[in-house]
Design a protein around this ligand. Structure first.
Ligand code: PSV
Ligand code: MN
Length: 424
């Protein structure tokens, strides 16, 4: 074990007095602090198996050392995160980057670290060695039925892996589209994709959900066949009750009002899951909350309002995942920062005075509405999030403990400085 539990307690004791002071200060102005803390304790964000190593761009990749060399080591890394913050209790696998070789031992390892298997992700955006047909011109949209069938079969294979592990959802992200005008017949591409998705949907176990993830551009730069929430919504609606739209924060055209998208998808019962990250320009896959924390808060504000309106369970009724890439930071430190940003935005959204906001909206009191939202956003909720961690035996200061215990150095010593993880 890299981090003995008593070391977490020892570190917490050092920070306890200061923490109590900060916590009591903010808790004094929260109406039902116990209920809020319970929601924070329950909220878990899945960690992507493809983001535990250093990411890269097409210009290069600068690995940092100690990266997980296998699925088992990736699970250990997520276990570490969970030990530190108790908000990372699930892993989302990408197939074929992370095919489990032995289901029972992987499940035992997950249980040992207190982890669940979140959505499984298929990959028809890369050709795999030995694959019969190429995805160069798309997968589910392809003009050739045999290519479409190969993509459908792969997705069914991914579901089978997920069933073995106890996963209950499949995320389909398609890079399908076109790079030049005239390359595709949009209608045929849509219909082929729909037909392929229908075949995958038919293979979905009864208790499973299917998430259709959209993305505006990249790798195709003229059109994308699931290019925006409207198209994803169309597929999901035609597929059936267990198909939903998945929102990845980096997959919109500049300045899109993501909070409004989220609100309407929730209203229609078609929001299924989330991929959190942050961006300045496109699908930058940066640390959550590092560029636009107010937007993140506004999204959570709509999530909380919309889920409450439908009587949904915040923790379990939507799929919460991170989808980021860590090019210059230590991936584990970056993930700790991302989870903290998500928890803070969620806590701030829980603090919004809903009654007062409705009254302000009904009175067209624009100034009051802004004050109510910004009052919540400007509250330093970090002591609330830390208190939720403390109560579950996790670290008051996860990042500081990660560094103090020299966890990366220990990982480098155990795994080597030249390891490269599969993934982005
Ligand atoms: C595509 O950009 C994406 O957001 C999809 O979720 C993929 O599964 C993931 O990134 C990894 O490439
Ligand atoms: Mn994504």
């Amino acid at each position: 074990m890299i981090l003995e539990q008593y070391k977490v307690q020892e570190a917490n004791e050092q920070h306890l007095a200061a923490h109590k002071r900060h916590f009591e200060f903010v808790a004094a102005s929260v109406s039902d602090v116990e209920a809020l803390l319970q929601k924070l304790v329950d909220f878990q964000v899945a960690i992507p198996s493809w983001a535990l190593g250093t990411g890269g761009t097409r210009f290069g990749r600068f690995a940092g050392g100690g990266e997980p060399r296998s699925l088992e080591e990736k699970m250990e890394d997520v276990g570490l995160l969970q030990q530190l913050n108790n908000s990372s209790g699930a892993i989302s696998l990408h197939i074929p980057w992370d095919i489990p070789s032995n289901y029972n031992s992987i499940k035992a390892l997950a249980a040992q670290h207190g982890l669940k298997f979140d959505a499984v992700n298929s990959n028809t955006f890369q050709d795999q060695p030995g694959q019969e047909h190429s995805y160069k011109f798309g997968s589910m949209q392809h003009v050739n039925k045999a290519v479409r069938k190969q993509a459908v079969d792969h997705n069914i294979e991914v579901i089978k892996h997920g069933v073995e592990l106890g996963s209950e959802s499949l995320t389909v992200w398609l890079s399908d589209g076109s790079c030049f005008p005239g390359q595709l017949n949009f209608r045929k591409a849509f219909q082929n994709t729909l037909e392929s998705l229908q075949e995958v949907y038919a293979a979905l176990p009864e208790n499973w959900k299917m998430f259709v993830e959209y993305k505006a551009f990249e790798p195709n730069f003229y059109s994308t066949t699931v290019g925006d929430w409207g198209q994803s919504f169309l597929y999901a609606s035609k597929l059936g009750d267990r198909a939903y739209t998945l929102v990845d924060l980096g997959h919109h055209l500049p300045n899109a009002n993501i909070e409004q998208i989220v609100s309407l998808l929730l209203m229609e019962g078609k929001l299924g899951g989330f991929h959190f990250n942050d961006s300045k320009y496109g699908d930058d896959d940066l640390t959550v909350g590092s560029i636009k924390p107010y937007q993140l808060f506004l999204i959570f504000n709509e999530l909380v309002e919309g889920m409450d309106a439908r009587g949904m369970n915040h923790a379990s009724d939507l799929g919460w995942m991170i989808d980021a890439s860590h090019n210059v930071k230590d991936p584990l430190e970056d993930l700790l920062q991302s989870v903290e940003a998500i928890m803070c935005a969620y806590a701030q959204a829980l603090l919004v005075d809903r009654k007062a906001l409705v009254a302000a909206q009904d009175a067209n009191d624009v100034v009051a509405a802004q004050e109510i939202l910004q009052n919540a956003f400007r509250t330093d909720v970090r002591p609330l999030v830390a208190e939720a961690r403390l109560r579950t035996g996790a670290a008051l200061q996860p990042l500081q403990l990660f560094r103090a215990q020299k966890i990366r150095q220990q990982l480098v010593a155990a795994r080597g400085s030249k390891t490269v993880a599969t993934g982005l």
